[in-house]
Write a protein that binds this ligand. Structure first.
Ligand SMILES: Nc1ncnc2c1ncn2[C@@H]1O[C@H](COP(=O)(O)OP(=O)(O)OP(=O)(O)O)[C@@H](O)[C@H]1O
Ligand SMILES: [Mg+2]
Length: 486
């Protein structure tokens, strides 16, 4: 790739010398005769490095530097100063110039300074493109997650934004359905037109029709004027129909007509009106089941389900939890006026184990709450709500400690018989399982008294605590509040 250099210098002979020297170095050189021209060039073209003379007519080098800097902060600028005007060179460096050299030129120095800048610029570009690639894989718009299921979601979004095709988003509550709908709209050609969101479950059935379709004056008692419905308001843009599974059969028929004919009829009117809208629908219910139960029209389902996007529950992409936690910390720091910088590993581990029935929304709430409770700059185990500690299964709740030791023999047995693992790993897993059971047994034997349990096991209280975090043993005792005795 050729390296492009801009030279802005008003003196013709010096301009010539600079451009000759640098062209001979293999750079592609473009010249400007003053600051204004330099800025126009930078606005229109792509350069790696710019050389600006400080004293130029129309717009001097320092002003040009400022403008270039705000326009293209990544462009490296080298200032050319007259001998004896070191002061303005210093000012330029403070304003963000990368380097400077003085007239009369020492050509070796010139070549060296430019080469350094070119190398630096190449490095910067490389970094920026790596960052972009990374960002593309870690997130899409405001959606965070780098797990394979989320990458598949991003891929689908990228495909549908170029079209007007109807999209059906499914997923449990709190998985980000609305975020996906917004991402599609704001990356499509409709982005400067309205994005209208209607929750079909939140509006009473009788009102939903006029909400969507609008009404004519006198359509019903109380209809004193004409009112535009959301379909008309969204003209040119996108309508997001949330909780579509809750729409009545009568309204479903009318929606089908909108999808087929691209026209609407206001309540109380006869004349259809053409609308240009994209429809995105979402539901956390199983529409195929509703179709089977005759609660959802099959023809409408097919019309909506052209491109299905199904969002994974958070428990199926636990690897994204650290990323999401960091994301929410940086989102809520300014809003809560906090300066949280990290989360304790033990706390993160608990978050990674919890099944998250409320998905990302629940995680967001837990982090927000923890940030409010945190006294220092780190979120600790103590800042998490008790539900996070609850055990997944409730086996051996009242069992004696010997049963604990035998434990859930199924997992042990399954591990023993699983020959897909290398021996070393298998031994480690079995050992961990055994350690967990021994600690559980000791806890019960000591009636959950921490010091006694630690004594029984001949370990310190601190290491008992760490192991309890590791094996998620806090929920063992039903009363989770006593776990903070230390
Ligand atoms: N992948 C994600 N990255 C970042 N934030 C997310 C993500 N998914 C969801 N959220 C956040 O979680 C909250 C819930 O998301 P959203 O409202 O899109 O979920 P939903 O699927 O529409 O839920 P519901 O079915 O309950 O309406 C929002 O605050 C949203 O910003
Ligand atoms: Mg929603």
């Amino acid at each position: 790739m050729t390296v492009r250099i801009l030279i802005a210098e008003d003196d013709q002979s010096q301009r010539f010398m600079l451009s000759e020297t640098l062209s001979r170095e293999g750079y592609e050189v473009v010249c400007a005769t003053d600051g204004v021209e330099a800025i126009e060039r930078v606005r229109a073209e792509d350069f790696d490095v710019a050389l600006l003379d400080i004293r130029m007519p129309r717009l001097d080098g320092l002003d040009a530097l400022r403008q270039i800097h705000s326009m293209r902060p990544e462009l490296l600028v080298i200032m050319i100063t007259a001998f004896g005007s070191q002061e303005s060179a210093m000012r330029a460096m403070k304003e963000g110039a990368y380097d400077y050299f003085t007239k009369p030129f020492n050509l070796d120095e010139l070549r060296l300074v430019v080469r350094r800048a070119v190398e630096k610029s190449a490095l910067r570009r490389q970094l920026a493109s790596l960052e972009n690639q990374l960002r593309d894989r870690l997130s899409f718009d405001r959606l965070i997650g780098q797990s394979p299921p989320m990458q598949r979601v991003y891929e689908l979004i990228r495909k549908v934004v170029a079209t007007d095709v109807t999209v059906l988003i499914t997923g449990e509550s709190g998985t980000g359905k609305e975020l996906v709908a917004q991402a599609i709209h704001y990356h499509s050609a409709r982005k400067n037109k309205p994005f209208v969101s209607v929750n079909c479950a939140a509006i009473p059935e009788t009102l939903l029709e006029s909400e969507l379709f609008g009404y004519e004056r006198g359509a019903f008692t109380g209809a004193v004027g004409t009112k535009l419905g959301q379909f008309e308001i969204a003209n040119g843009g996108t309508v997001f129909l949330d909780e579509i599974g809750d729409m009545s059969l009568a309204l479903q028929a009318k929606l089908l007509r909108v999808l087929q004919e691209r026209e609407i009829v206001r309540v109380g009117a006869t004349k259809p009106i053409r609308v240009d809208i994209r429809i995105i629908a979402a539901t956390n219910r199983d529409l195929t089941e509703l179709v089977a139960a005759k609660k959802f029209r099959e023809d409408l389902f097919f019309r909506l389900n052209v491109i299905p996007v199904s969002l994974p529950p958070l428990r199926e992409r636990r690897g994204d939890i650290p990323l999401l936690v960091n994301h929410f910390i940086s989102v809520y720091n300014p809003r809560l006026n906090k300066a949280i910088t990290s989360i304790e590993p033990a706390a993160l581990e608990l978050l990674e184990r919890y099944p998250w029935p409320g998905n990302v929304r629940e995680l967001e709430n837990v982090i927000q709450r923890a940030m409010i409770l945190a006294t220092g700059s780190t979120i600790t185990v103590e800042d998490l709500p008790s539900v996070i500690f609850q055990r997944r299964s409730s086996h051996a709740k009242n069992g004696d400690w010997l049963t604990d030791l035998a434990g859930d023999s199924d997992t042990m047995k399954a591990l023993l018989e699983d020959f897909s693992l290398p021996l070393q790993e298998k031994v480690e897993r079995l050992t961990e399982e055994l350690e967990k059971r021994i600690i559980t047994a000791a806890l019960r034997k000591a009636n959950f008294h921490r010091q006694e349990t630690a004594d029984l096991l001949k370990i310190s209280r601190k290491s008992l605590h760490n192991k309890m975090v590791k094996y998620n043993l806090f929920g063992l005792q039903n009363d989770v509040t006593t776990q903070y005795e230390e």
